[in-house]
Design a protein around this ligand. Sequence first.
Ligand SMILES: Cc1ncc(COP(=O)(O)O)c(C=O)c1O
Length: 371
Amino acid sequence: MLPFTRPTLDTEEFEAIKEVLQSGWLATGPKVAAFETALADYIGGDVQLRVFNSGTSALEAVLLAYGIGPGDEVIVPAMSFVASANIIVRCGATPKFVDVDLISRNIDADAVAAAITPNTKAVIPVHFAGRAVDMDPIYQLAEQHDLLVLEDAAQAIGTQYKGRRIGSLGNPVCFSFHPNKNMTTIEGGALAINDPALLKKIEGIRFHGIERDAQGGMDVTAWGGKMNMPDVSAALGLVQLKKLDGFNRKRRALVERYFQQLPVHDALVLPADDAEGHSWHMFCILLDWEKTGLNRNQTLEALKQQSIAAGIHYPAMHLFSLYRQYGYKPGDFPNAERIGEQTLTLPLFPGMEEKDVDRVCSAVISLLNDS
Ligand SMILES: Cc1ncc(COP(=O)(O)O)c(C=O)c1O
């Protein structure tokens, strides 16, 4: 069975984890410190990196440190993994969904501008599937309205925007290292930021609110949670980070092969191939089930018969029961809803070979030809 994704792990990763296990220090320690330094070098710019036990924790810590809470509205795309909206609820604030572009799956500044109210405190652009959101107009808008911009780059480690790595500009940007992502620490996430005052608060939120003085004394002045990354994960991350650009080049090469082989067909909508610096976390197509004559479950089953597992990323978030309680309903965000209904994620991971892409393309083409 060809999965839609699989982490690429080798002897070097196994050895790195073994070394930590044998060292006797498993929780946050020297490997975390080394990983934070290596990530900062990789991202570039004048930023500091802090790692977490998940991307969700990193995002949550930023909103909490910023004091986002009840009465505040936070703008977020209706098309993302549900963590992007759940973190807003976690803070007691209200998610304000906006629609995305059908092809890029990303929000733009016009959509954000239309959703701003006097209660808006923050906007969370999501770099969907590793494709950079056009950030400059969003930052301009945020400056005019005094909004926090928190970039959800969970899917975008290694992505570049206008020639610079996402995360290198200084505003808070969060990454995920879940096993599905372009590099993994098992579970894990990171924050890039260059605001020392906010960073101090975030460090407290990450670990029990503990502050240490030069003598090793300890004080707690505010609440903190338990969001730290263990050294086992950081050791894995150090090895994966060295390989990340190679992984992303391989993803790009596989995607080019998809583009070469998948046909122009009125039941098929391909992602755009025009974004520079795209790290191709996923290759998501849209299929019009009415035109193909098979619904999504039947299509998934037909692919499974050919030992191909496709994914679904994602159902539109505003239609989940939780978010309907905020008054959202079908018809609110047509692009997100169409993506939610028609999306299929084709296999894409660095361990794939060209012949795997060819096999997937043949299967998709035969589905289209039978329609
Ligand atoms: C867009 C987006 N945001 C946030 C997250 C949360 O990251 P994590 O799973 O590391 O908590 C994910 C993970 O899938 C994601 O895809």
